[in-house]
Design a protein around this ligand. Sequence first.
Ligand code: ADP
Ligand code: TRP
Length: 329
Amino acid sequence: MKKTVLTGIKPTGHIHLGNYIGAIKPALELAQVESYKPMYFIADAHALTNKHDVHELKQLTRGMMAAWLALGLDPEKAIVYKQSDIPEIFELAWILSTLTPKGLMNRAHAYKAIVDENERGNKEKDTNVNMGLYNYPVLMAADILLFQTDVVPVGNDQLQHIEIARDLADRFNHSYGKTFTLPTHSIQETAILPGLDGRKMSKSYKNTIPLFEEPKSLQKLINQIKTDSSPPEAPKDPEQSIVFTLYKQFASAKAIEQMHEAYQSGISWGDAKKELFSVINQVLEQPRETHKELLAAPEKIDRIVAEGAEKARALSAPFLQEVKERMGM
Ligand code: ADP
Ligand code: TRP
């Protein structure tokens, strides 16, 4: 029996090189593992917990799906769908919420962070907290448990959510007999990619290089990467250089070795940046074109998503029925 590996991605508009290296690429690599049955979905219902624009949500969901497909997610090999197409997730979320101690949600990191901020600002502690945000971990547990997931590849920040899903599965199994698989996480030990200014590349720091940037503006952005003022011929420490750190994530082993030597014997920042542009552009040229083509044919994306929903529901509908029967419904 293949193990189910499942991950959800919130639809956001600013996919950058850091997201690609830290989240998208490792998740796609897992989909290649023969012994896994991969499931990938866009968590559009989770996105509702923040204020959103109706038209924008639709566009972002399509854009995110197009990005994954362009980067190599194969809908023949993986089940790809969007969360809101699977009504069983929301039914299960209600069921799980009846087993969720309120105190557990009070301790969830994302909620606690907002409470802390409110208290620091002398505001009422639940200011700007809606119930969707408060229940976020329960919905995420439903995403995971509904498909009998074995492994969830996530970043560090999501660990607590996996623990909560395990906890709820365990509570259910205890009350109604063994029903749910207890999920485990697979932490991606990936590099933290620095941004233009050397801090972690993040949309909140406005230091990102967008993943599908056109060549001209990609080169322009790369030229803005912070460097020191050493003269062109001076030897440079590759390990201290943002340009080299980025280069390492995109170049071949051999090219990395050569670039390492070039730094030590002296390469101008201008040339190092040209080389960086060249490797990044080479890796992303084809996905960029495919992404553009897909966005120009949204009906194609919609069809893939609809087919994914059908496959996912063929699993979720009978399983949820079984869950309900166990509960006496
Ligand atoms: P941002 O920091 O731009 O808001 P998100 O929090 O939306 O990014 O991150 C989405 C995913 O991308 C997460 O899994 C996160 O770990 C990964 N990620 C984000 N920034 C980086 C980075 N600079 N290096 C590596 N991974 C990153
Ligand atoms: N909470 C995740 C994030 O913000 C997204 C997500 C929703 C998810 N449901 C999931 C991830 C289920 C893994 C499994 O990144």
